[in-house]
Design a protein around this ligand. Structure first.
Ligand SMILES: [Fe+2]
Ligand SMILES: [Fe+2]
Length: 377
C-alpha cells in the first residue's frame, strides 16, 4: 500500500494544497496520506498559528483526499533537526512504501535543502508545479541529473496562491475564497486571525480609500515577494511594515516628533514621520519594522532584507499600473536584488530629471548599490 507523505506549514492550508494532494493521490493510486505539519521550537515559530491549530486545520482540509488520512505529529515529537531527509527515513519505517509530495516552489529551491541527495534516495518525489515558480520540467531534469532518484511531475498547474497572502487577507478582514470551507468555518468559530482588527480599523480612519487600497496592495505585494523569492522574512514584520508604511502620508503634522530637519516640507517626510507615528499611534516597537517604514521612499545604503522588501513592494505594488511599473514589477519578480537595483536606478533618474535635489539617503543608496551610476548626469 502506497502512502503519500505531504509536509508543510499549513498556516493555514488552502485550496491549492488540497488540489495538489488530490491529484497526487489519483496519479499514484495512493491509499494513505500522511500529513506532516512543520514544527520549529516555539521561539523560532514555524508559523503564525501554533502547531496544534495548524494540525487541526490540516485534518479538516485534507480529511477527504484519500481512503486513510493521518496527520502525524512526528516533527513536534522530534522537536529539532526536522530535515526532510531524516523525516522520510522515519516515515518509511512507520508506513512502508512511501512517496513524497512537494510543491513547485520546493523543487525550485531544492538545492537549498539539507542533503537533497538523501531525499531522492529515500523515495520517489512527486511535484505539484505552481505558477510563478519557473520551468518545472527543466528543474526536474536538473535535479535528476544532480541527485538521481525518481521525480513525478503532476499534470496540474497550481495557482500562485501563498499562505502568506491568505493570512494577510484574513488579518485584514477581507474575503478569502482560497481556503476550504471547513477551514474557513473553524477560523471563524475560533476567532482566529483577529489580532490586527484594531490596527486595520484605526488605519482606515487615517487613510483615504485610495491610500488604504494602496497600503493593502503593498501588503499583498510584500508577502508575495517574501514567498516568491524565499526571503524568509518574519510574516508579521512584513505585514505590519507594509500595512503601516504610509500611515503618516495624509497626517503631515510634526507633533514635536523626531524627524530629520532636511526632510520637512519634502515628499520624503512621510517615511520618517510614518515610523514615529507607527510607534506612537500603533504601539510598534520593533526596530526592524520601524526602519522598514523609515526608509521606504528614499532607500539607503546597506539595507536589511526587510527594508529592501518594503521599498520594493511599495514601488511595485499591485495598484501601480502606470509605465514603467509593470515592467519593473516583472523585473523584481524575476530577480529580487537585480529588480531592486533597477527600481533604484529608475527613481534616481526620475529625481534627477525633475531637477530638484536628491535626498542624501538616496544618493548614498545609489553609491552603495549602483556605483556605476555615480556622477551620471
Ligand atoms: Fe510612501
Ligand atoms: Fe506607499
Amino acid at each position: 500500500m502506497l502512502t503519500l507523505v505531504f509536509g508543510g506549514a499549513f498556516d493555514p492550508p488552502h485550496n491549492e494544497h488540497v488540489k495538489a494532494l488530490q491529484c497526487a493521490v489519483k496519479t499514484l493510486g495512493a491509499e494513505r496520506v500522511v500529513v506532516l505539519p512543520t514544527y520549529l521550537p516555539p521561539h523560532k515559530g514555524a508559523g503564525y498559528l501554533d502547531f496544534e491549530t495548524r494540525a487541526e486545520l490540516a485534518r479538516l482540509a485534507f480529511s477527504e483526499t484519500a481512503r486513510e488520512v493521518v496527520v502525524d505529529d512526528e516533527e513536534r515529537e522530534r522537536g529539532k533537526d526536522n530535515y526532510a531527509c531524516l523525516l522520510l527515513a522515519d516515515m518509511k519505517k512507520k508506513y512502508g512504501d512511501i512517496a513524497y509530495l512537494i510543491g513547485g516552489d520546493s523543487l525550485r529551491d531544492i538545492d537549498t535543502w539539507k542533503h537533497p541527495e538523501k531525499i531522492f534516495a529515500e523515495c520517489p518525489v512527486v511535484v505539484a508545479p505552481r505558477e510563478g515558480c519557473g520551468d518545472a520540467r527543466a528543474q526536474r531534469d536538473s535535479a535528476l541529473k544532480k541527485y538521481g532518484g525518481e521525480i513525478v511531475l503532476l499534470d496540474i498547474m497550481g495557482e500562485d496562491v501563498s499562505s502568506g497572502r491568505i493570512k494577510a487577507k484574513l488579518l485584514l478582514g477581507e474575503e478569502c475564497p482560497n481556503i476550504p470551507k471547513k477551514v474557513a468555518e473553524y477560523i471563524k468559530e475560533r476567532g482566529l486571525f483577529v489580532e490586527y482588527a484594531e490596527t486595520v480599523r484605526k488605519l482606515k480612519g487615517m487613510e483615504s480609500e485610495e491610500l488604504y487600497a494602496h497600503s493593502v496592495a503593498a501588503v499583498m505585494r510584500a508577502v508575495d515577494l517574501n514567498s516568491r523569492h524565499n526571503l524568509k522574512q518574519d510574516f508579521e514584520k512584513v505585514f505590519t511594515a507594509a500595512l503601516l508604511h504610509d500611515n503618516a502620508k495624509q497626517r503631515p503634522s510634526l507633533d514635536g516628533l523626531d524627524v530629520p530637519a532636511d526632510s520637512v516640507g519634502t515628499p520624503v517626510l512621510h517615511q520618517f514621520l510614518g515610523a514615529e507615528k507607527a510607534k506612537r499611534d500603533f504601539g510598534v516597537t520593533d526596530e526592524d519594522i520601524l526602519n522598514a517604514i523609515r526608509y521606504h521612499t528614499t532607500a539607503k545604503a546597506d539595507m536589511t532584507t526587510l527594508e529592501m522588501l518594503i521599498y520594493t513592494a511599495d514601488s511595485t505594488s499591485y495598484d501601480r499600473e502606470y509605465d514603467p511599473i509593470p515592467e519593473l514589477r516583472a523585473a523584481v519578480d524575476e530577480d529580487f536584488q537585480g529588480g531592486f537595483g533597477k527600481l533604484l536606478a529608475f527613481t534616481y533618474r526620475k529625481l534627477q530629471k525633475k531637477g530638484g535635489s536628491v535626498y542624501p539617503l538616496t544618493e548614498e543608496a545609489v553609491r552603495y548599490y549602483l556605483p556605476g551610476m555615480v556622477g551620471e548626469r
